[in-house]
Design a protein around this ligand. Structure first.
Ligand SMILES: [Mg+2]
Length: 269
């Protein structure tokens, strides 16, 4: 608890320190980065993530108890399976805004991995309390990320990124075992389309919630480049249709966090 409190204080301190410079100043110099500055400095961003996780926390008891419920559309429901939630990691559990502010473009996964290994991870506000509440109710927490397993020179480990990712989660005060953290490419069938990994979790658990910051954390085949079982590319138009098609899930099993910095939304036409 003390660790959580100090993490919260660290978040507050960084926000207060930021007040020394107005975002307007930054925005005038770098208008393309306003979304980034919003995540870094806006109290509104902090309030929204707190709100999203509070709503998800409030919904935990009844969705866990309702054995006819799954957050995976079209999924067969086995009421005997234990309940689970699936969380994305970056900008859902771990905040990488400081990386976004400082990395040398273009983005590359190894740059994020190196940065993640070199700093203590910061939580997205509300996630620690949410995970604690879920586990107290007997709900298993899975983390499904598109951080990819990639070879690293001089490291014989198959997926060195996995330990970095586990360390990040643990740095937030959330203990986690490797089986509950699923990276892209960790198995041959676990491509960047997260559907396959959601279905993998559904073999052993009734998935009652999805939490993420990208449409692909909820809905398959919404990316510019189709992957896995997808035969269509995501477009601005079909993504909006999907949001409407699944309208009953938003705020009732699906909880989406804002990310104006990056995501599959930036590349579709
Ligand atoms: Mg994410």
């Amino acid at each position: 608890m003390q660790r959580n409190t100090s993490l919260v204080m660290a978040v507050f301190s960084s926000i207060l320190a930021a007040c020394a410079h107005s975002v307007h100043e930054h925005g005038d110099e770098h208008p393309d980065d306003l979304g980034l500055y919003w995540v870094k400095y806006a109290a509104e961003y902090q309030a929204i993530t707190a709100q999203v996780y509070a709503e998800a926390t409030n919904d935990l008891p009844h969705l866990a108890a309702d054995t006819s419920w799954t957050a995976l559309p079209g999924q067969d429901i086995d009421p005997g399976l234990p309940p689970a939630v699936i969380l994305d990691i970056d900008e859902t559990v771990v905040s990488n805004v400081d990386f976004q502010l400082t990395f040398e473009p273009p983005f590359a996964n190894h740059k994020l991995d190196t940065w993640s290994a070199s700093v203590d991870a910061m939580p997205v506000r509300g996630v620690v309390e949410f995970v604690t509440a879920a586990r107290a109710l007997g709900v298993t927490v899975f983390f499904v990320t598109n951080r990819p397993c990639q070879p690293v020179k001089g490291n014989d480990t198959f997926c060195p990124q996995k330990q970095t990712t586990i360390d990040d989660i643990r740095e937030l005060g959330i203990d986690v075992e490797p089986n509950y953290v699923m990276l892209a490419n960790e198995r041959p069938e676990w491509d960047r389309e997260k559907l396959t990994r959601r279905q993998h979790v559904a073999k052993t658990h009734r998935v009652i919630m999805l939490v993420g910051d990208d449409l692909s954390d909820f809905i398959p085949c919404v990316r510019e480049k189709p992957a896995g079982p997808c035969t269509r590319a995501g477009t601005q138009a079909n993504r909006l249709e999907d949001v409407e098609r699944y309208r009953d899930y938003w705020g009732s099993g699906w909880y989406i966090l804002p990310n104006p910095m990056h995501g599959s939304w930036t590349s579709v036409e």
